[in-house]
Design a protein around this ligand. Structure first.
Ligand SMILES: *[C@@H]1O[C@H](CO)[C@@H](O)[C@H](O)[C@H]1NC(C)=O
Ligand SMILES: *[C@@H]1O[C@H](CO)[C@@H](O)[C@H](O)[C@H]1NC(C)=O
Ligand SMILES: *[C@@H]1O[C@H](CO)[C@@H](O)[C@H](O)[C@H]1NC(C)=O
Length: 507
């Protein structure tokens, strides 16, 4: 069991981090050596909570004793009696009872279990792999769910991805198994993310999913774990709705709304099913918008009358209000009425509230990015700076093909979707012949070392808009590359990447 001893000295005491936590994870989280003070009038820890009592200690020595025990999660100290109580259960307001003595209670930071208060994800993930801090409480959110014994397990299911798709070093093999047996074994193991099944019932398990466009070529059925959600918890302003999270933005233009959603890891509300739109009435009753009409994620910017959602689906059978759509080329965005009916509306007037739906954490933002040609004064970093107003631009006079922009996600990710924002201020049609690939090598993006997420041959958007594309299947790699084929000019505003970090899940 890796333990981290002797890191610090407190009041002459050697202190340690919590038990059962790998040393390298403790090192990333030095706040395990500090405490949150409970309010002075909190009373005393409930008599039902076991404590270790030590006499004749000052506050600092009491604290040092707690830190010297890897299982200590908090302490109480009484100045008048110099008494010190150590507890292995986190002191929280709910665990306190009224008391008269001058006890002060302190909760150890950085090591929190499910349901306990937290300030950051690492407070939760140190003891419980995969747990995150949401709404100031540790829990199993997004891609993980509670496993019933205090931990988080991956949430999702296996999907069949065709024949011989998996490459790389297998974890282990098992013979005489069915699809259901292999699924159950792999689902129960943190490290396992994919498996191959041979016709003789031999199952081969892998820690990564699809990493190569070439595949293994083996005559096997391939299955990949598909997480319920990408990594990430929504900003506090987002509220749960219909299995996701929504937020209403103040009045803005359609174009700015797409950018505002983008910076939250969100898209304009994409679900145009009539019953879903009608149900939003209940949502708006609790979360009123500042305008009667509210922007949602559908537009016909590229071809008049061909409506495409913010998550890239062409839609028909829409619940238009009477006489709508009626604006033609002047009204390319869409708003909904309080009754959930659609109107077309101008994209450029700032008179509508907007409805954003959370997608996930943008795993590319702030990451190192580069291009394969010299850029203009616009830095390649602009494509992953979280700001849709800044843009990426290559030097136009070079004969390099394809033109590429690559971002390093820092560690392997199973990528499920990308969100592309076009350049805001000009030339928005420069998005034809785009291909987005996910690779495991920083420069080799051939079929062997990378795999396609999406390929976009037609123009798909006009100015400043953001559109999400799901990968054809979830694909795994550390680098994401946007390549523009057959053209000299390569410009876009921003690329967000959504998916699941393999490290979070324990791979
Ligand atoms: C956040 O926590 C409060 C109380 O702790 C709870 O009432 C609320 O429903 C929670 N919000 C979400 C989005 O879970
Ligand atoms: C998962 O599989 C790996 C590789 O075979 C093994 O080392 C590990 O103990 C397994 N974990 C669980 C929880 O079964
Ligand atoms: C609206 O979309 C049409 C194509 O459907 C396009 O020709 C026109 O330029 C767009 N108008 C604006 C203001 O963007």
């Amino acid at each position: 069991m890796p333990l981290l001893w002797l890191l610090l000295l407190f009041c002459g005491q050697q202190v340690s981090a919590a038990s059962a936590v790998p040393a390298e994870r403790v090192l990333q989280s030095t706040n395990v050596y500090s405490f949150d003070a409970l309010p002075a009038d909190s009373g005393s820890l409930s008599a039902s909570v076991p404590v270790t009592q030590l006499a004749g200690l000052g506050d600092c020595q009491c604290r040092a004793r707690c830190l010297s025990q890897s299982t200590c999660r908090g302490y109480g100290h009484s100045v008048s009696t110099s008494s010190c109580l150590l507890t292995e259960l986190l002191p929280t307001p709910e665990r306190m009872e009224p008391g008269t003595a001058d006890w002060r209670w302190y909760a150890r930071r950085g090591v929190r279990l499910l349901g306990e208060p937290c300030a950051a994800d690492r407070d939760c993930s140190l003891l419980v792999t995969g747990a995150t801090c949401f709404n100031s409480t540790c829990g199993c959110h997004g891609p993980v769910e509670e496993d019933g014994s205090g931990g988080c397990r991956k949430a999702g299911r296996f999907i069949a991805v065709g024949t011989g798709q998996l490459t790389g070093q297998p974890l282990w093999e098992q013979s005489g198994a069915s699809v259901n047996e292999c699924s159950a074994v792999c689902a129960a193991n943190r490290t396992c993310l994919a498996f191959d099944l041979m016709s003789d019932g031999t199952c081969t398990f892998y820690s990564e999913g699809i990493t190569s466009g070439a595949g293994s070529g083996r005559d096997v059925q391939s299955f990949v774990w598909s997480f319920r959600q990408p990594d990430g918890n929504p900003p506090q302003s987002y509220v749960p709705w219909d299995g996701g999270f929504l937020n209403v933005l103040p009045a803005t233009t359609g174009l700015q709304a797409a950018g505002a959603c983008f910076s939250d890891g969100a898209i304009l509300y994409p679900n145009m099913a009539p019953e879903k739109l009608a149900n939003l009435r209940t949502f708006f009753a609790d979360h009123p918008a500042s305008s009667d009409l509210v922007l949602v994620g559908m537009e016909d910017m590229v071809r008049e009358g061909v409506f495409v959602t913010s998550d890239g689906r062409e839609v028909t059978d829409l619940a238009w209000d009477a006489g709508e759509p009626n604006g033609g080329g002047g009204e390319n965005c869409t708003v909904i009425t309080q009754a959930g009916l659609l109107h077309d509306a101008p994209c450029t007037t700032a008179q509508y509230s907007a409805l954003c739906q959370y997608v996930g954490e943008n795993l590319a933002v702030g990451r190192h990015a580069w291009m394969n040609t010299p850029s203009t004064p616009q830095s390649p970093a602009n494509g992953a700076d979280g700001d849709v107003e800044t843009f990426v631009d290559n030097k136009h006079d070079l004969a390099v093909r394809p033109l590429t922009w690559t971002v390093d996600l820092g560690a392997p990710v199973q990528v499920t979707s990308v969100l592309y924002a076009s350049r805001a201020d000009c030339c928005p049609m420069r998005n034809r012949f785009l291909e987005i690939r996910v690779g495991s090598h920083p420069t080799l993006f051939d079929e062997q070392n990378s795999v396609r997420c999406v390929s976009l041959h037609k123009h798909f958007m006009l100015q400043a808009y953001a559109r999400m594309f799901r990968c054809e299947t979830p694909v795994t790699g550390r680098y994401v590359r946007v390549a523009r084929h057959r053209r000299r000019v390569f410009q876009f505003g921003e690329l967000a990447v959504f998916g699941n970090r393999l490290a979070t899940i324990g791979a």
